[in-house]
Write a protein that binds this ligand. Structure first.
Ligand code: SF4
Ligand code: SF4
Length: 396
């Protein structure tokens, strides 16, 4: 049985967030106590250098409140992440976190250098290049953002830890493990190696639709807390009614022993009486029995494909793939011709390029491995996942 603590937090007002974090972390069972003097790395989701209003990154007020809670208990803190293409320092600044670090006197974590870490217990990765900041810290605290994701359905506590892998290595991981299931198994190894002390999820304003960068901000008004990243993501999926089978990190995380995903084995705790719906006066219920009053029926999921048959057709000939596997497409009218999608593509040569006389990149779908790094990185929201015409034959 794992516990996920759910606290209402209707806005990013400083005092409101501080109170919600204090309530959530104080009520968190199963988390190892903080030892005075130990060094902890705060690992938010900094997908890119994007201001907080877009809901693509963990909000700085959430990171600030977690930092204050831990600093009061004597922890020495650093904070950082490894964005896909941007410089880590620039991502911290634009996302509003440099101001938090300066206010609290915290150093920027070193996500520019990496350390090769052996991991003999790995199911997929027996060695991985982790950011030096991760290797240097006594422990890690994941501070994820609830967002939709074209490859993994949902990005939350488990997927957030893929940012502990340094720089370009992340793109190589996509290339070596292109299907959602194999990518999720690799991410689960990273999560098992990093093994954070506990996780906080920013779902005050989440992202729906074309995530993880260009979806719509969606106000949910919750912060979630757990020592179990799989249970945390499972509760998040239940909140927004995303089907668990479209989130491969849930299955991979549970298989890897990171936590539990069965809704019957997850206890949800709402420690503050004022947060609770009338149907759960005691504030404790199983994830399966989550009251409708807490859930968001109209949350827009990402367009994803996760059946085993889809995985098979990803490797099949051109015709099968075209008919049965989703693909990224560019809306030429939205494209600002920056070329970042080409830079982000992990295939060599890239599976999209500028053809002579055309500034908008053109896909080579025969080579494209459907990792959706281009869709994730596009700063203009010009790339969407187009549903394959016969995908319904695969059961979705
Ligand atoms: S074109 Fe896009 S989806 Fe295809 S391999 Fe490159 S980054 Fe991945
Ligand atoms: S990243 Fe987006 S805006 Fe930039 S070239 Fe590619 S499609 Fe166009």
């Amino acid at each position: 049985m794992s516990t996920v603590v759910l606290v209402r937090c209707p806005s990013y007002d400083r005092r409101t967030v501080e109170d919600a974090v204090e309530a959530g972390l104080s009520a968190l069972p199963e988390a190892e106590p903080i030892r005075p003097g130990e060094s902890l790395l705060l690992k938010p989701n900094l997908l890119a250098a994007i201001p907080p209003g877009s809901a693509a990154t963990t909000h700085p007020e959430v990171v600030r409140a977690v930092a204050l809670f831990l600093a009061r208990r004597g922890a020495r803190l650093t904070c950082g992440d490894s964005p896909a293409l941007d410089d880590p320092g620039r991502a911290l600044r634009i996302s509003g976190l440099t101001a938090v670090l300066e206010e609290l006197g915290l150093p920027e974590a070193d996500f520019r250098r990496s350390v090769s870490v052996p991991f003999p217990e790995g199911h997929v990765l027996r060695r991985m290049d982790l950011a030096k900041a991760v290797a240097d810290a006594d422990g890690v605290v994941g501070i994820s953002k609830l967002k939709t994701h074209a490859l993994t359905g949902l990005t939350g506590a488990v997927k957030n830890l893929y940012g502990c892998v340094a720089g370009r290595e992340k793109a190589l991981g996509h290339f070596r493990h292109p299907s959602p299931a194999s990518f999720a198994r690799m991410v689960a190894d990273v999560a098992a190696c990093v093994a954070p002390r506990f996780h906080v999820m920013d779902a005050v304003v989440a992202m729906e639709g074309n995530g993880p960068r260009n979806g719509r901000p969606r106000s949910l008004g919750f912060l979630l807390f757990s020592a179990d990243p799989v249970a945390l993501d499972a509760v998040a999926a239940h909140l927004v009614r995303i089907a668990p089978d479209t989130v491969p990190t849930l299955a991979a995380g549970a298989a890897r022993g990171l936590g539990v995903r069965s809704p019957d084995r997850i206890r949800v705790s709402m420690p503050r009486p004022e947060d609770r719906p009338a149907s759960v006066p005691g504030g404790i219920f199983s994830c399966r029995a989550m009251p409708d009053a807490l859930r968001f029926d109209d949350f827009e999921a990402a367009e994803t494909e996760h059946s085993l048959l889809a995985a098979f057709f990803r490797r099949s000939g051109r015709l099968g793939r075209k008919a049965l596997v989703h693909r990224p497409v560019i809306a030429a009218s939205d494209c600002i011709q920056c070329g970042q999608c080409i830079d982000a593509c992990p295939t060599d040569p890239a599976s999209l390029s500028r053809e002579s006389g055309r500034e908008v990149p053109v896909y080579d779908y025969g080579r494209c491995i459907r990792c959706y790094c281009c869709q994730e990185i596009c700063p203009a929201g010009a790339i969407r996942v187009r549903r394959a015409p016969l995908a319904f034959l695969l059961g979705r």
